[in-house]
Write a protein that binds this ligand. Structure first.
Ligand code: GLA
Length: 701
């Protein structure tokens, strides 16, 4: 361990990088080693986004040589190269791409092919301006940026299908192509007339009759009643919540359909071993990621810190969110090699934290970490973004940290093969509820991601493993299920959750739970709707707070802020765990948290946003109730434990387990292990670790 750590502990001078380059050259890395195409993907992938179309072909060898020397084994290419791949309508030029794919194979670097549909060429949008999207103010997008297409345009989709099919026919059986990324970061929607008509048709298929729609949206309000489908608008600004929610559902279905247009044609021509993904954006809520992930082979996301330094909990939680999209391992398709170019302050990540970030991704279930980007285009909008090479084509300092990651990924690849994170605790995450609350926060400071994170932080510190899943995911395997923000609980979901509790699970509901149905209409019951019965209690009234309110009880004393619900225990066996102190008169001494044993399990309602100390006490209580213990054992604050397991013959007995320990602090940390363990990175066996600042360990029994 020490040996590896000290490599990043010393300053590296420019001269020494040059020297290293010379050494690598003398080791024979200047020319491709005669290499067969890779027989299969490595278990841990280190990648980068490479844009061969931006450079003369004579440069490719040098790029690939430097990549190979850094331990990079995958490049993602092609995703913005449409104007090179189809320079005029219907004339495909894939030869240069084939040469790039073959050339990469010579350096043992496999390829993920991006379909280039996020950036249509100028000939296309000039000849067919109807393919351009219209923004909510009625302005048509122009050429020069990206994502300027309309996601509903049938004509645009024909072009997308054409280029995707041409690529799939050419590369679908190419041994060096590992998989496909469709488009790039779906985000921009269109407000054109064609989209509006499609939305109306979509609504008609969903509601069948206008009477049904009018009833669920309560359009008697403000004379909103629709007499004809053609009267229904695309919502702009704050509109009827039912209309707004369905617009989001339409967007989600439309992206899925947009994606399927390419996915089907790729699947038709590609080997089944080639995966298909798209790169998502963490907590971005432009569409329902569970819907759009459904047809993909694997989920992937673009992990950017932006301004500041890594927040390990926030970032770990986002990995867990992404793992939950398909409830399996995922890829980090893009991450910053140091800095981005789009934040207010494009801070550079501290030395050593490129590596901790990479290992954190793996710890949370990433099988690949890929840097955006290899080298900046000499011109174009992203000249200032972080890269692994400078404009002069030689490594920048961060290259060497990535090179260390490359060595370590190679060392740990076998140990991590077939493993995934596993947790007995799930946080439920639901887009409908997020949208519903965000449109009517009622307190501008009500930030659902922060609420979610307050539960995540407190619980993960105790369990060292968390899942984040959709509320409709199978829940039987979880001992504890926490729903911090489940605003919409339709009847079928209430029944699922009740069954989970009855069978022995512990369900914890946060504030604002069970207020609405699937149409974003208020339930005709008090919160938490149908769950009020198993809970044996309900919400009497909610209050947006501009001042903290004291709370105390079984979890100690502290305060609630931003939001407080006055609860009522209506069944004699309900425990009141926290009560409010004196505040606005209404809340004074009323229940803030109630809990009840129900069936073989338990249901708890937390009616307020609690301070950190109370959240920690709440988490200790939840964990004790569920009989949970940490995956490894206690570690100092700032040290993160991740565990990946390979399923064994019987539940609870994994075939193998690997622990990844990350010191996210700039101070050394001493960690006692529960037993002697072997480091995969150094081969040393020890029962305790002295981790340097930003140290990483990968341990097996
Ligand atoms: C996104 C895009 C990339 C690049 C990066 C820059 O993730 O997918 O093409 O623009 O942002 O951070």
């Amino acid at each position: 361990m020490r040996g590896l750590e000290c490599r990043i502990g010393r300053p590296v001078s420019v001269k020494r990088w040059t020297l290293l380059g010379l050494v690598l050259t003398s080791l024979g890395l200047a020319r491709p080693t005669a290499a067969p195409a890779p027989s299969g993907p490595p278990h841990l992938i280190l990648g980068t986004a490479w844009y061969p179309e931006q450079w003369p072909e004579e440069r490719w060898d040098e790029d690939l040589r430097l990549m190979q020397a850094a331990g990079i084994n995958v490049v993602r290419i092609g995703e913005f190269a449409w104007s090179r791949l189809e320079p005029e309508e219907g004339r495909y030029d894939l030869d240069w791409l084939a040469r790039a794919v073959d050339k990469a194979a010579q350096y043992h670097i496999a390829v993920v092919l991006g379909t280039p549909t996020a950036a249509p060429p100028a000939w296309l949008t000039q000849k067919y301006p109807d393919t351009l999207r219209i923004d909510e103010h009625g302005r048509r997008a122009g050429h020069g940026g990206r994502q300027h297409f309309s996601f509903t345009s049938s004509r645009y989709r024909d072009f997308c299908r054409g280029i995707a099919e041409a690529m799939a026919r050419r590369f679908g059986h190419h041994p060096n192509v590992l998989g496909w990324q469709i488009d790039n970061e779906y985000a921009e929607v269109s407000y054109d007339e064609d989209t509006r008509q499609k939305f109306q048709q979509w609504l008609q298929a969903r509601y069948r009759t206008l009477g049904n729609l009018n009833q669920h949206w309560t359009t008697a309000y403000w004379s909103q009643t629709y007499f004809d489908w053609s009267q229904i608008p695309i919502p702009v600004g704050y509109q009827n919540p039912g209309l707004m929610l369905e617009w989001k559902h339409f967007i989600s279905d439309t992206w899925r359909d947009y994606q399927r247009n390419q996915l089907e044609v790729i699947r038709a021509h590609a080997d089944p071993r080639q995966f298909i993904t798209t790169n998502m954006m963490g907590w971005f809520d432009g569409y329902d990621h569970y819907v759009v992930s459904a047809d993909l082979t694997l989920a992937s996301w673009d992990d950017y810190v932006g301004q500041g330094q890594l927040d390990p909990d926030r970032n770990g939680m986002t990995h867990d969110l992404t793992r939950g999209f398909k409830r399996q391992n995922f890829w980090v398709m893009e991450t910053q090699p140091g800095n981005v170019n789009w934040a207010a302050v494009n801070t550079f990540l501290n030395r050593g934290t490129i590596r901790t970030m990479a290992w954190q991704a793996v710890g949370h279930g990433a099988d690949a970490v890929s840097y955006w980007q290899w080298r900046s285009a000499l011109n174009g909008q992203e000249q200032y973004h972080g890269t692994l090479l400078g404009a002069d084509g030689t490594p920048v300092p961060v290259y060497f940290e990535v090179q260390q990651i490359g060595r370590e990924f190679a060392q740990a690849s076998e140990a991590l093969a077939g493993t995934s994170p596993e947790s007995p605790v799930a946080l439920l995450h639901d887009y409908d509820s997020r949208w519903a609350i965000d449109w009517q926060r009622h307190n501008a400071r009500y930030d659902q991601i922060q609420v979610f994170e307050s539960y995540y932080r407190a619980l993960r510190a105790l369990t060292q493993a968390m899942d984040v899943v959709n509320p409709y995911a199978p829940l039987e395997r979880y001992k504890l299920v926490v729903a911090p923000d489940l605003n919409l609980i339709p009847d079928d979901l209430a029944r699922n959750l009740t069954a989970y509790v009855r069978a022995g699970g512990h369900l914890v509901l946060g504030p604002r739970s069970g207020m609405k149905d699937q149409y974003n209409a208020l339930l005709p019951q008090r919160q938490p709707g149908l769950l009020a019965d198993p809970l044996g209690g309900r919400v009497e009234q909610y209050y947006a707070l501009d001042q903290d309110v004291p709370v105390s009880g079984n979890w100690g004393s502290g305060h609630a802020s931003i939001w407080a619900e006055q609860l009522a225990a209506r069944s004699p066996d309900v425990q009141v765990l926290l009560r409010y102190g004196a505040s606005n008169g209404w809340l004074d001494y009323q229940p803030a948290v109630i809990s009840r044993a129900y069936g073989k399990g338990r249901i708890t309602y937390v009616g307020a946003l609690l301070d950190d100390a109370l959240m920690q006490a709440a988490a200790r209580w939840m964990v004790a109730q569920a009989g949970l213990s940490p995956a490894l054992g206690p570690v100092p604050p700032g040290v993160e434990v991740c565990r990946r397991v390979a399923p064994g013959a019987s539940p609870g007995k994994p075939a193998k387990q690997v622990f990844i320990l990350i010191n996210h602090t700039a101070q050394p940390q001493h960690v006692s292990l529960p037993r002697a363990m072997r480091s995969v990175l150094t081969g040393h066996q020890a029962q305790s670790l002295d981790m340097p600042a930003y140290g990483v360990e990968v341990l097996v029994d």
